[in-house]
Design a protein around this ligand. Structure first.
Ligand code: S3P
Length: 207
């Protein structure tokens, strides 16, 4: 068979972009699971802008996250976080990495469900601990027992993170492997959505 006779295969990236339409891709999950690293690489593959919600919050406040917590408290930070994410999701499609607590707010979860496809990057507590130990800029972990804090937060948060559309295990393998899994799982999910839609589309077309 000559090449010309082969069926045209769209790339996974092209499939994803066309099925996403106006929606964004939102990464959720605990501190240290790699939302920014994976998000940046996914964005590069999909040729979408990458946005880190924490960076946007810092820019909007003109302060670092530790400063916001210290001067105004967590509740103030959470309100700003919800506003910034709402604004970002109102814009053009992006790949958005959210801070670990953002998805805990119902209003934010509803917005994400309406305007994006969400991916929970799920990691084991020991992987998270190893990664968060490297940085001291997370106010919630400035406790006498950071390991206990991570365990408590995971217990509170995992039942909520589970509401994300997709779950990918973040672990100590090369980042590009996780990115590949995100791309493939996203593509399969979006294909499933389209398959589920088509009978209704057909029905409405013949009506
Ligand atoms: C937080 C996670 C942080 C940042 C803030 C609070 C949380 O973001 O938003 O320190 O509540 O888990 P990362 O998940 O990007 O570290």
């Amino acid at each position: 068979m000559s090449d010309a006779a082969l069926p045209i295969q769209a790339s996974p990236e092209a499939d994803i972009l066309s099925a996403l339409g106006a929606r964004s891709i939102v990464l959720v999950g605990m501190m240290g699971v790699g939302k920014s690293t994976i998000g940046r690489r996914m964005a590069a593959r999909l040729k979408l802008p990458f946005v880190d919600a924490d960076t946007e919050i810092e820019a909007a406040a003109g302060m670092t996250i530790p400063e916001i917590f210290e001067r105004h408290g967590e509740a103030h930070f959470r309100d700003g976080e919800a506003r910034v994410i709402a604004r970002l999701l109102d814009g053009e499609p992006i790949v958005l990495a959210t801070g670990g607590g953002a998805f805990m707010r119902e209003e934010t979860r509803n917005r994400i469900a309406a305007k994006a496809v969400s991916i929970w990057l799920k990691a084991d507590p020991d992987v998270i601990m190893r990664r968060v130990r490297r940085r001291a800029d997370r106010p919630l972990l400035q406790t006498a027992d950071p390991e206990g804090t991570v365990t408590r937060l995971l217990t509170e948060r995992e039942p909520i993170y589970r509401h994300a559309d997709l779950t990918i295990a973040s672990r100590d393998v090369p980042h590009d492997k996780i990115v590949e899994e995100c791309i493939e799982t996203l593509r399969a999910h979006l294909r499933g959505e389209q398959a589920a839609q088509s009978p209704a589309d057909v029905a409405s077309a013949v009506r």
